[in-house]
Design a protein around this ligand. Structure first.
Ligand SMILES: *Cc1c(COP(=O)(O)O)cnc(C)c1O
Length: 388
């Protein structure tokens, strides 16, 4: 029997973490005390009042039926209220808000609604792999926009050839950014909106990290910019804001035709997020926000320890104002994978090679602040003992 895979599976790039996972397992089997700065998954627990709400609503049979495709009305109303309060943006809960089973789900389904085979999507590089792969799954082609230091890790829209822009259906952007930790300001979002209007391109802004910021810096919503709602949507997630990665709850907001198209795809593929999880999401958005401030303080402290230690070791990391990632250039003469491999073999530290997020990430490694400050202290001590 020949069980042939579809082309789209054979086109997938190698899994970013496969080689690292193998090496990590090998070292752990040898008894090495491995410090994992590889994964972007919060190590802090979900705040108790959110868990309590789930426990309570999970017992109610009214929540045991299929959820509504577009999400519970109460949840969408709650999202709109949060948006008004947090960003000053007014949204119609019935047409401009859509519940997602985590934002990755929505990002992955969007191209199915708006990309025909052969259409182009403008995709940042380095980036979260979903934008490119979802484009490919829809039969589209990615044109990569390099994110480099001398442009503040923002895409250079002037470098996109007009014939490419005319064929593009979607532009993906993501600020605060994974993996670079970079942030964007109003003038950047305004340029994106102008560009999208000129070429009739859908803007898809992945805003998963707007609540994970430091030192009083408050990232804005792309929808705050005039004209944004005519061209784009924004994806949010409860995953990073409330330490809820395992719960699978996110939402998309913005242009109603784009929201409608994504909703049509979803209603033919999934059947929505568990109502009890959406009730817990309401508790998160409407409840005490002190845990968010607490989360920010924890990551800021860890960031400062890591940055100081890396500098002492002779490295020159980017200092993120948001996200839990530190984007660090490799020492002279080291490619990304050579340095991650050195850190793992000689110091027992897992990091992610920047090149794994796209070619322009070559020469960097990404370190996630997802272990305690004591462990980060231990990591920088070990790095300080290396010679490179
Ligand atoms: C973590 C992350 C998300 C959130 O994914 P969920 O599916 O909502 O858990 C989205 N985008 C980026 C860039 C991320 O790093």
């Amino acid at each position: 029997m020949a069980l042939a895979q579809a082309d789209r599976l054979r086109q997938l790039p190698p899994y970013l973490f496969a080689e690292i996972d193998r090496l990590k397992a090998e070292l752990m089997a040898k008894g090495v005390d491995v410090i994992n700065l590889g994964v972007g998954d919060p190590d802090l627990p979900t705040p108790p009042h959110i868990i309590e709400k789930l426990a309570q609503t999970a017992k109610d049979p009214a929540n045991h039926i299929y959820p509504s495709y577009s999400g519970m009305n109460d949840f969408r109303v709650s999202v709109a209220a949060w948006y008004r309060k947090r960003f000053g943006v007014e949204l119609d809960p019935s047409s401009e808000v859509l519940t997602l089973i985590g934002s990755k789900e929505g990002l992955a389904h969007l191209p199915l609604a708006f990309i025909n085979p052969g259409d182009l999507a403008l995709v940042p590089s380095p980036a979260y792999p979903v934008y490119h792969i979802a484009t490919m799954f829809a039969g589209g082609e990615s044109r990569f926009m390099p994110l480099v230091k001398n442009n503040g890790f923002l895409p250079d829209l002037d470098a996109i050839a007009p014939d490419v822009a005319r064929r593009a259906r979607i532009i993906f952007i993501n600020y605060p950014n994974n993996p670079t930790g970079a942030t964007a300001d109003r003038s950047f979002y305004q340029r994106v909106v102008d560009f999208a209007r000129e070429y009739d391109i859908i803007v898809c802004h992945d805003a998963a990290y707007t609540e994970m910021s430091f030192g009083g810096y408050k990232p804005m919503s792309f929808l705050e910019v005039p004209g944004a709602r005519e061209v784009g949507i924004e994806f949010h997630s409860l995953s990073k804001t409330y330490n809820m990665t395992g719960w699978r709850l996110g939402f998309a907001v913005g242009n109603k035709e784009i929201i409608g198209g994504l909703g049509q795809i979803k209603s033919n593929i999934d059947s929505g997020a568990f109502n009890a999880v959406q009730w817990a999401g309401i508790a998160a958005l409407e409840g005490d926000q002190a845990p968010v401030a607490q989360m920010q303080r924890v990551y800021e402290e860890r960031r400062d320890i890591l940055i100081a230690g890396l500098r002492k070791a002779g490295l020159d990391p980017e200092v993120p104002k948001a996200t839990f990632y530190v984007w660090c250039p490799t020492p002279k003469g080291y490619k990304s994978k050579e340095f991650t491999s050195l850190l793992l073999r000689e110091a027992g530290i897992v990091t992610t090679p920047g090149s794994g997020f796209g070619e322009p990430g070559e020469g960097y490694v990404r370190m996630a602040l997802t272990v305690s400050k004591e462990r980060i202290g231990e990591a920088v001590e070990r790095i300080g003992r290396l010679s490179f």
